[in-house]
Design a protein around this ligand. Sequence first.
Ligand SMILES: [Zn+2]
Length: 269
Amino acid sequence: MKWILRKDIFPEKKTGINRLPNPVGKFFPTGFVFPACGNLPLFLNQPLLYFVINRFLTELISMHASKKDSAQAPLQLQAQAVIPTLWGNFNMIAFSADADDWMPHLALVHEKTDVNAPVVLRLHSECITGDLFGSKRCDCGEQLLKALEVIAENGGIILYLRQEGRGIGIINKLKAYNLQDRGMNTIDANLHLGLEVDARDYAIAVEILDILGIRQIRLLTNNPEKIVAFEHSDILVTERVPLIIAPHEENLDYLRTKQEAMGHLLKML
Ligand SMILES: [Zn+2]
């Protein structure tokens, strides 16, 4: 049986998992799950939902991922400059709501990019351990390098979104790594810390692409949720281009969890 967890059920938490304290003060998720073949939600009690999430959940669907939180100030193009790299020249454009923001989202537009054709696009959430230091715990750094190689050929854009650790930040990510070292998978570790499994918000990407005037994209991703993020937007995903990275010993369990519990399309495992 295929199960979908709809994130819009509890929009205040965005995950569809509403964490309530149980009698001993620990946090367990509760919420609705939807069988993929039907529309009727099932409300599951805490242990049962937790069991379903761990064993059967194949897709995380965010129904409103492309709708911006009206409380947030709109992003603005703050500055841009040409950055020559090993993969050619990119125009790096910084977007934030506040001009003093030290962590703006970045769009890197390759010099060969044709904005009138479907644009090769990599939505990349910041992973300082993987992107900068080459951590083998995940595949982020390798995916970024692969995306740069693809874009170097015929152009494209990297949106570098400041959503470290799937949106939980580097401090919580390091804490989650401690739990993973004690045997939890990446999902259990986040839940144990009272955090969302995936707190990333791809509405940011839609907003930036709107500002850049991009209407059609070829999305470089293995993550179906990133495709869903554009479903309610004006941006058409004309193609998903897989980013196949060979797993290695240190990230094999992590990649298995991404495939089996988060629906990532990693057929090589
Ligand atoms: Zn990573």
